[in-house]
Each structure stands twice: as C-alpha cells, then as structure tokens.
Write a protein that binds this ligand. Structure first.
Ligand SMILES: Nc1nc2c(ncn2[C@@H]2O[C@H](COP(=O)(O)OP(=O)(O)OP(=O)(O)O)[C@@H](O)[C@H]2O)c(=O)[nH]1
Ligand SMILES: [Zn+2]
Length: 278
C-alpha cells in the first residue's frame, strides 16, 4: 500500500494491514518494494516480512507506482496554472509504458473556459472534466475506473487527493491549499499510497505532486509517443523525420491545416529542443 522510512505497509486483501520490513537480499539485488506491488510476505507478530516481489506488469518512476492499468493525469483549470509541458511529458511516459492515460481537467468550477480550451488540445485522449468541489464528473470517473488499478499524477494542489475523497467519501485524506506567495501547491501528500475503492472495485494510488520531470528519452524517439502525429507522420518525406526543420513534413502540414493542435506541436518542439541542449 505504501512505504515509509524502510517500512512497507502490506494489505492481505481481507482488510488487514501489516507493517513489514523488506528482506535484506532485496537491497543487495537493488530491488525495492513499490506502491502497487504484489508481494509474498510472512506475517509475524506485530508486523511482517516481505519475502518476494512478484513480477511487475509495469512500473512508473514518476510518480512511483507499479502494476497500473490507467494513469490519471490531473490538470487544474484554475489555480495552480496548469503546466502542460509536464502533462505532455507524463503522457509520453504513459504511452511508452503502455499505460492508458486518462486526463482529468479538475477545478472546472474555477474556470470552465480554460477547462474547455485544455480539452481541445487533448482531443486524441480520453478526457474528463471534473470538480472535486461540485462533484462534476465523479460518476463517470467511477465507470472509467471500474475493476481497474490506476494511479494519480500531476502537479501539487491540482486536487488529486480531493478527487479520491470524492470517489470514496469514507476516505478523509488531507488536502492542502496553495501558497499565497507562489500560487503553487504545498505538497500535502508525502508518499504514494494505494487505496481500494469498493464502490467501483478499483485500486487507486494517490501520489505526491511534482513539477520537474524528464522523460529520459532520445529526441528522435519522442514523436512516436504522440498519438495524434502517428497517421500524418507516415506521409513525411523522411522516415526519420522529427517534424522539426525537415522538408516535406506531413506533421507540420497537419498542424497548419488545424488537424493537430498547434499548442501540442509547439510544446513538442520545446521538449525535443531541450533534449538537444542536454
Ligand atoms: N475550487 C476547487 N478547489 C479544489 C478542487 N479540487 C481540489 N481543490 C482544492 O485544491 C487544494 C489542493 O487539493 P489537494 O487535493 O490537496 O491537491 P493534490 O493534488 O492532492 O496536492 P498534493 O498532495 O500536494 O500533490 C485544496 O485546497 C482543495 O480543496 C476543485 O475541483 N475545485
Ligand atoms: Zn515530419
């Protein structure tokens, strides 16, 4: 369920949680239990010991979570201002790891026009408009999550924990405000933690917000992870086209025609140029 200070909290799936230590050999093998892991453990008096980490279906580094079907990328339509470069990088990471992204544009109660503007940029993804304040979108979100495991991701204070509290009103996760000075989040959630939501039979991992993220990809491989580029890219003159300064680029032509959102394309260029600088 979560790890804090060398202790791992393991659920037996029957409502019992065991405070476990991990076997020393994990450390020697460079392995560490992650939130979302399936493990074999031995229950001891007053705690337990993790003996085995079962093979992972997938594992994300940022946020740190294993065995997830869907990545819930939460963006704020109000404050904090959405960092869409960060969002695009998280989408790239999801595509690369074959995890289905779902974009939640939260805080629609603060700025609906902004929410709609963001939605238009991500037309090739599943997008849901939500408000943890008014409860908008919570019913449809439950249907998206039914029977799945999912993980929240996003900046601090976009409303990840608040949405989780709405999914299961019995949860009373601490939620935080914005710092008055910086209008950034205060980082209320400290570690990734898994919750079972009985209402939609889903496992959801709440995660701490973050703002810095590198995809760790090469600039030539990045475009592959833009679903809306895929069809157009087949018609580029060069198979290796990065859709930047190359001639006869069909992706750029699609941007000009308005078939690919210009904002997405321009951020893509910023992302690959920053990779070049590195
Ligand atoms: N107006 C409005 N405020 C919201 C909404 N969702 C969350 N908030 C507020 O935004 C603040 C941050 O919410 P959290 O749920 O703590 O955000 P978080 O993404 O979990 O933040 P970290 O744990 O720091 O990553 C709190 O003051 C919430 O009450 C919403 O839909 N509308
Ligand atoms: Zn091209």
């Amino acid at each position: 369920m979560k790890g804090i200070g060398g202790f791992y909290y393991v659920s037996d799936g029957k409502g019992n949680v065991f405070e476990c230590k991990a076997r020393g050999r994990f450390r020697r093998e460079g392995l560490k239990p992650m939130t979302g892991d399936l493990v074999e453990f031995e229950a001891l008096r007053g705690g337990g010991s993790i003996e085995e980490i079962l093979p992972r279906r997938n594992a994300l580094v940022r946020p740190m979570a294993a065995n997830i079907d869907k990545l819930l990328l939460v963006l704020s339509a109000g404050k904090p201002a959405p960092d869409l470069i960060l969002a695009d990088k998280l989408l790239i990471q999801a595509e690369k790891n074959k995890i289905e992204p779902v974009i939640l544009i939260n805080k629609t109660d603060m700025d609906r026009i902004q929410a709609e503007a963001i939605r238009r940029q991500y037309a090739c993804y599943a997008v849901l408009l939500t408000s943890a304040r008014t409860n908008e979108g919570i019913g449809p979100l439950k249907e998206i999550l039914r029977g799945k495991s999912a993980c929240f991701a996003g900046q601090s204070a976009v409303g990840k924990s608040s949405l989780l509290n709405r999914l299961d009103p019995a949860l009373t996760l601490e939620t935080g405000g914005l710092s008055k000075k910086t209008a950034r989040g205060r980082h209320t959630t400290r570690q990734a933690e898994l919750f079972y939501i009985a209402d939609c039979d889903a496992y959801i991992i709440d995660t701490p917000g973050f703002s810095m993220f590198e995809t760790g990809l090469d600039k030539s491989e990045t475009a592959v992870y833009y679903p809306e580029f895929r069809i157009a890219a087949q018609a580029c003159r060069f198979a290796s086209c990065r859709h930047d300064k190359e001639p006869d680029c069909a992706v750029k032509a699609a941007v000009e025609r308005g078939d690919i959102p210009r904002e997405r394309y321009e951020r893509y260029i910023r992302i690959i140029h920053s990779l070049e600088e590195k």
